[in-house]
Design a protein around this ligand. Structure first.
Ligand code: GLN
Ligand code: ZN
Length: 763
């Protein structure tokens, strides 16, 4: 029989239960027991739903209150010294690592967050050095296995694999130059062995070890570590399913097939072409091949016929018992269920499938591949055939005027008329001082703002009442910025529910969900819009707000847009046409918006592209193609303006080393980047490459409520000034302030302005 499997499930709850309870705990409103209770309910629902849907291998141990990599660090005692001896209990230490802690005399910043592979999920980077004493503080996989078992559900515990864990880690500040976390593998293995031994004694049959690092270019370099570590683990463990996802293994499959593992999982959603090589590699072994044929990254219904073709190919070579039908990756990246969507049309609902529906898909495909005679299976297959056919029909609709506009884009449409040096002169009309201070765009999205938006949604507030409310918010944001002395102002983005959704709602081609949340980091969830057809602008999007904000002040107002690549990467894209074509359509819409903002008197316009890097393919061989079109679409969206108009862009990350020439090629007049936690490595990169345009490396971290002192910001500026041309430097936070409260925002920005004043006096 071909069994079905799910590699991981969203842990936020169908109604965002975990966000609610965790945030209430942070606010001191509920106890730790309440958090445990709500978590148990969410896990129970997930497990029982998967069981009811007929999934054979159900994950456990993949639940998390914040991040699964952080869970792993905490469980393995990889807790940086700054969090120890602070008098915090285990749960509060965990949250301190996640988001910093500033209360009762304790003041520690959060750990560094990074994007998880090529997704919009962020993990907390483990910090290791030779003094790290790994030990098993708790065995989450075992606890959850037992928890599920008590509910009558047998699960396959999920554990982050040792090599991926070390590969994702970074050295602590105290570590010796040249220290490589992977060198700790011999010290780490005994703890894994303890964990796995405990699972085996509890009767666990299969354990899933996630090793996604294998689909990156780094993977091949770890061949010897895999060869030495896994035989040791296998000797004490339940049957190991080693999973790889988000991409292709390439030749790594050959050394993996030599490991004494019981199963290997490959992603056939992202890389269907790797099936043959994988089958060939495991053919003469007894390894079970788990086929990821149901996407964990896209919300489109799986085409059963196409999936079955792949499955049948594997079955004919390996036999039914050596093939699993699985989700391609964890389902963490997609919403919980379509059942909570009441506003999608029936036609639209029929196109999609979210996590629970994908679980049913694996069960059905597995049953069909097993030759099931069940009439329910036959009718599910037939229903799928019919709905895929209907979708193909719909996909034939295209907007010819947009397609034509895209195909007539000329090379000069990508370029500003003059080089930066000339534009810089023209932009003196903005009258910015040296070390201009600015912010990334958003100000706190307060309870009042969210309530007003909710009331508008329910019809309790009319459009015009809501607009008045937003105007007041803008006015107070402008006054605040003038009062504390910021130089380049923003309107604060109060009108935006989300930086992508807001634009999607004002463009043709998108559909929206009510409840389709996915975790971005910690308790921060996003609700990505879905691109379903050709994209175009319905009319001006932000112009009225920017214009209004500018009318309130003599200082320059920066217009604020989300870039084409980011809109695309943070939406669920179409899978029937290329991402490039979708991004081009978006870029043309944004270009029109940029030109309209300029015409409305806005002299600085920021087009945020925080997601360009996360969209970078996981294999270097694919980079040039991606960076080519992605960079071009950004340029296309911004190049339509005069020299006098200052274009800005913002990136939420700090890894530029390997994509630097592409950042320069974007040719934004000013870029702001995340820098407060990257130990100047990043600034070095800009210096080394001789970046020629203006740059605002963030001077403090916005992901934590902690307030940076003036001296701390001054130190950052001082360090930056040793590396960068002072006349090109902007002073700004790392990112937007929407998730922060006003109290810390005010205090932090006042300190930021003071630090810039200090720089003006001293440099
Ligand atoms: N302008 C956006 C904001 O300030 C940018 C956010 C982002 O890049 N993630 O919120
Ligand atoms: Zn950002």
């Amino acid at each position: 029989m071909v069994a079905s499997s799910v590699l991981g499930f969203p842990r936020i709850g169908a109604n965002r239960e975990i966000k609610k309870v965790v945030e209430a705990y942070w606010a001191g409103k509920v106890s730790a027991e309440e958090v445990t209770k709500v978590s148990a309910e969410v896990k129970k629902t997930n497990w029982t739903e998967l069981k009811q849907r007929g999934v054979d291998f159900i994950p456990s141990g993949d639940f998390s209150l914040y991040d699964h990599v952080l869970d792993h660090s905490a469980a393995f005692n990889a807790i940086p010294k700054r969090y120890q001896g602070q008098g915090l209990n285990a749960l509060d230490t965990y949250f301190a690592m996640a988001r910093g802690h500033q209360a009762n005399g304790v003041d520690v910043p959060a750990g560094e967050m990074k994007k998880w592979f090529d997704s919009n999920y962020h993990f907390l980077v483990p910090e290791l050095d030779v003094s790290t004493e790994f030990k098993l503080n708790y065995n989450k996989a075992l606890e959850e296995y037992k928890e599920a078992k008590a509910l009558g559900v047998t699960t396959r515990p999920v554990v982050l694999g040792p090599i991926t864990f070390l590969a994702l880690a970074k050295a602590t500040k105290e570590a010796k130059e040249g220290f490589q976390p992977i060198s700790l593998l011999p010290k780490l293995l005994p703890v894994y062995k303890q964990l796995l031994t405990e699972l085996k004694s509890a009767g666990v049959e299969w354990v899933q070890l996630d090793e996604p690092i294998l689909i990156t270019d780094l993977g091949a370099g770890f061949e010897s570590q895999y060869a030495s570590a896994y035989p040791e683990l296998v000797s004490v463990a339940p049957k190991i399913l080693l999973t790889t996802f988000y991409g292709r293994l390439e030749t790594n499959v050959n050394f993996l097939a030599k490991l004494p593992i019981a199963g290997l999982h490959i992603d056939l959603d992202r890389a269907p072409q790797q099936l043959d090589a994988a089958v060939a590699a495991v053919n003469s072994t007894s390894i079970v091949l788990s086929l990821g044929v149901v996407s964990g990254r896209s919300i489109w219904k799986t085409d059963f016929a196409a999936a079955l073709k792949l499955v049948e190919k594997a079955v004919s070579a390996l036999g039914q018992d050596r093939v699993l039908v699985s989700t391609a990756s964890t389902l963490l990246h997609i919403p919980v269920t379509l059942a909570n969507e009441n506003k999608l049309t029936e036609e639209q609902k029929d196109w999609f499938s979210f996590a629970l529906e994908k679980a049913s898909e694996v069960a059905t495909i597995a049953a069909a591949a097993s030759g099931s005679q069940d009439s329910k299976v036959a009718s599910a297959i037939e229903a799928n055939r019919a709905s895929i056919a209907k979708r193909r029909d719909f996909e034939k609709n295209s907007d010819d005027s947009i397609r034509k506009r895209v195909s007539s884009i000329k090379p000069e449409d990508y370029e500003r008329k003059n080089p930066f040096a000339t534009r810089r002169e023209a932009q003196k009309s903005l009258n910015l001082p040296k070390f201009p201070t600015t912010t990334i765009g958003s100000f706190p999205q307060t309870k009042e703002i969210r309530q007003a938006r909710a009331k508008l949604g329910k019809g309790e507030l009319s459009e015009s009442e809501y607009d008045e409310f937003i105007k007041k918010e803008i006015e107070s944001a402008v006054k605040f910025q003038e009062r504390i002395g910021l130089d380049l102002l923003v309107h604060g983005e109060p009108e935006r529910n989300d930086m992508v959704q807001y634009f999607g709602e004002r463009l043709n081609g998108f559909v929206f969900t009510q409840n389709a949340w996915v975790q971005s980091y910690g308790s921060r969830y996003v609700r990505p819009p879905i691109v379903v057809s050709d994209v175009s602008r319905k009319g001006p999007i932000t112009v009225q707000w920017s214009k209004y904000a500018q009318s309130l002040t003599k200082k320059p107002m920066k217009g604020m847009l989300t870039g084409p690549v980011t809109i695309l990467n943070w939406s669920f894209p179409r899978v029937d046409i290329s991402r490039e074509l979708q991004a081009q359509q978006l870029a043309l819409a944004l270009r029109d918006e940029v030109v309209d903002l300029e015409a409305a008197g806005i002299k600085a316009i920021q087009v945020d592209e925080p997601a360009i890097r996360e969209g970078l393919p996981l294999r270097r061989a694919d980079w040039d193609a991606y960076l080519g079109w992605a960079g071009n679409t950004f340029k296309l969206s911004t190049a339509g303006v005069k020299d006098e108009t200052q274009t800005h862009s913002h990136f939420c990350y700090s890894d530029f080393d390997d994509i630097f020439p592409q950042i320069q090629r974007l040719d934004a007049d000013v870029i702001s980047i995340e820098a407060s936690k990257s130990d100047l490595k990043l600034i070095n990169t800009f210096k080394r490459y001789g970046y020629s345009n203006s740059i605002g490396p963030g001077v403090y971290d916005v992901h934590s409520p902690r307030v940076p002192g003036d001296a701390e910001i001054q130190e950052r500026l001082k360090a930056m000034l040793t590396h960068l041309d002072s006349t090109l430097l902007f002073v700004n936070p790392d990112c937007g302030l929407k998730t922060r409260g006003w109290k810390e925002t005010e205090a932090s920005l006042i300190n930021l302005v003071n630090a810039a004043r200090w720089a003006r006096e001293n440099h």
